[in-house]
Design a protein around this ligand. Structure first.
Ligand code: LAC
Length: 221
């Protein structure tokens, strides 16, 4: 018999909130290039989290996200004015949740629910509050307390420590396969929300289940 799941821990960006909801704002400043910029921005943002963690040179996610935006624009030869920079960074605080997310978060009975994210506390508070989801979580946990990014094992341990629930009773949910890999390696039971039909990375770790939306999770716990 599998151990019951007493707590659910969710990744934020790309899992609950659509990072590509910035496309419209990107498009407003750089017509025809919104999708390219959004993709390049996200990929660079993640690379910088890994680089900074490996170098032991933590700067918070807002700093990383701003640097990634500047580099993505330079790479794509898009002139980034201060006004565009400010508007695009602001749009990151208002990312929209995926459509099924608000109702799904309320379908898990009495289980604890937490966010565990690379986001800075300020960014997470803003995005959760803007989506009217503050009441949907028992805790919003940021790597900022540790000054290192996912998938360092200490980040996943933070959820165990803060929730006071054993590793074996926590389900970790992410759309980012590298995050699923890190969480599985750490010891969590993991669920991959693969909305985009992505190919799993061959890192040697498999989730307990692959779902195409958060609304499918309650049925498999
Ligand atoms: C997060 C990034 C990894 O929310 O999406 O932690």
């Amino acid at each position: 018999m599998t151990t019951p799941v007493r707590a659910l821990v969710f990744d934020a960006y790309g899992t609950l909130f659509d990072v590509h909801s910035v496309v419209a704002e990107c498009e407003r400043h750089f017509p025809g290039r919104g999708t390219d910029l959004s993709k390049q921005w996200r990929v660079t943002q993640l690379e910088y989290t890994w680089l900074r963690s490996l170098m032991g040179r933590y700067e918070d996610f807002e700093h990383v996200t701003g640097g990634a935006l500047a580099h993505a624009c330079a790479t794509l030869k898009l002139p980034l004015t201060e006004a565009a920079r400010s508007a695009l960074m602001g749009s990151y605080l208002r990312l929209t949740p995926y459509p099924e997310v608000p109702a799904a978060l309320r379908s898990f009975g009495g289980r604890k629910r937490a966010i565990l994210s690379n986001g800075s506390p300020r960014m997470l508070e803003a995005v959760v509050d803007n989506a009217h989801l503050t009441d949907a979580f028992d805790a919003v946990l940021s790597v900022d307390a540790l000054r290192i990014y996912k998938p360092h094992p200490s980040v996943y341990q933070l959820a165990v420590d803060r929730l006071g629930v054993p590793v074996s009773e926590i389900a970790f949910v992410s759309s980012n396969f590298w995050d699923v890999s890190g969480a599985t390696s750490f010891g969590f039971r993991t669920f991959w929300i693969n909305r985009a039909g992505n190919v799993p990375d061959p890192l040697g770790f498999q989730p307990a289940a692959v779902l195409t939306g958060l609304d499918q999770l309650a049925a498999v716990l």
